[in-house]
Design a protein around this ligand. Structure first.
Ligand code: SF4
Length: 388
């Protein structure tokens, strides 16, 4: 298929398939507007998604399918078995590798799910916000009951079946004051891979209430957490430092942009074939200026029409303007690459914006905390050498 494009797209890294918008929880910070909708993505939409990424020339040699948005496990394992079989067939036909990944609240994990996960080598990410004290304030069922106990049972089931997983933990403007409690909980639970999302103001979620001192609070949180890891010699890898530490130590390669602000490195597909790109949270929200961020529909548009859609190019123009402003104005650009379009739009009202609370909590705070911890280590090493 011959595609004419004005600009470069991809390569595809994440294909996010929203198999269902439905979630069995009703977390107070959730940004998904349709989480009571029990419909599902028909299998032929998944086929269309594969045809699109190949037809639009987005695939190099591998990509990851992320089953996300709503709780994927509210659909039965048999649905995913069919989808995984289809992916395998498609990967073999095009001589590429497709990884499978599921982001789940873990409340519905069973041995049957574990069997499917093992057989298809699915990467598992669990959402858990620390001990019941913090988790059950926000991660609740529609009845208001906390989900903590069920998540622990899900983790127990994964472990019984020898399935590795990582945890994503949302830090709210309240829990940010408790790095010790959050560390103790994850350390005792034996979690080895952890990512922190500082609660964001996105879509439906307008409860994120960070005041002007938020970056100081998130920095203090991350710094304390890293010091606790060191003090307890804990085997916890924290995502926020994975990219930054080597960059600070070796003078890492500067980013010119990032996964979220490059067109089609992330491609999101709704249950009814609507396609969006850039920040995954854009898909599902209403927005007049950018036609709800929908760049096309797999069931009615050709890859060429989607890649050249007017809305895509208007989004790219505004996002590019934001990246250029970030590059000129922000000293953290090299490690950030110009930020998250979703956060810029939801927080500042424009893709062309620069600094947001997201920058403070998720870029600047980790960089400062990593620097402080590295300086402490260097100081200790110096003292050690002096005393020899
Ligand atoms: S930290 Fe914020 S202001 Fe700085 S480059 Fe990133 S998005 Fe832009």
């Amino acid at each position: 298929m011959n595609i004419s494009t004005k600009r470069t797209h991809g390569p595809l890294e994440l294909l996010i398939l929203q198999s269902t918008p439905f979630c069995n929880l009703d977390c107070s910070y959730c940004y998904l507007p349709d989480r009571s909708d029990k419909s599902r993505m028909p299998i032929h939409v998944i086929e269309k998604a594969f045809e699109f990424v190949i037809g639009a020339n987005l695939v190099e040699s591998e990509f990851t399918i992320v089953w996300h948005a709503g709780e994927p496990m509210t659909l039965p394992p048999s649905y995913y078995k069919e989808a995984f079989d289809l992916s395998r067939e498609f990967a073999n036909k095009h001589n590429i590798v497709i990884h499978q990944s599921i982001q789940t609240n873990a409340t519905l994990v069973t041995d049957e799910w574990c069997k499917l996960i093992q057989e298809n080598d699915v990467r598992v990410g669990i959402s858990l916000d620390g001990s019941a004290k913090w988790n059950d304030r926000v991660r609740v069922y529609r009845s208001g009951k906390g989900s903590h106990q069920k998540v622990l049972e899900g983790i127990e089931c994964l472990r019984r079946n020898n399935i590795d997983f990582h945890v994503i933990s949302v830090i709210t403007s309240e829990s940010v004051a408790d790095p010790e409690g959050i560390f103790d909980f994850f350390h005792e639970l034996g979690i080895e891979r952890l990512g922190f999302n500082f609660e964001e103001q996105e879509g439906e979620n307008e409860r994120a209430r960070w005041d002007d001192s938020s970056s100081a609070k998130s920095e203090r949180f991350l710094e304390s957490f890293m010091k606790l890891i060191k003090k307890h010699n804990a085997r916890i890898q924290v995502r926020e430092f994975d990219g930054i530490a080597p960059w600070l130590l070796q003078g890492g390669k500067s980013l010119e942009h990032n996964q979220e602000n490059s067109a089609f490195k992330i491609t999101s597909v709704s249950k009814n074939g609507r396609v969006s790109t850039f920040s995954p949270e854009l898909l599902g929200h209403t927005n007049e200026e950018y036609s709800n961020f929908i760049v096309g529909n797999l069931l009615t548009d050709t890859p060429n029409q989607i890649l050249n859609s007017d809305v895509l190019h208007r989004m790219m123009d505004s996002i590019d303007a934001g990246i250029q402003s970030c590059k000129m104005e922000c000293e953290y650009f090299d490690i950030c690459g110009g930020g998250s379009p979703g956060n810029k739009l939801f927080e500042a009202g424009s893709f062309a914006a620069t600094k947001t609370k997201y920058c403070e909590n998720s870029v600047i705070a980790p960089a400062h905390a990593a620097l402080t911890v590295l300086e402490d280590l260097a100081q200790e090493a110096k003292m050690g050498m002096k005393s020899k």
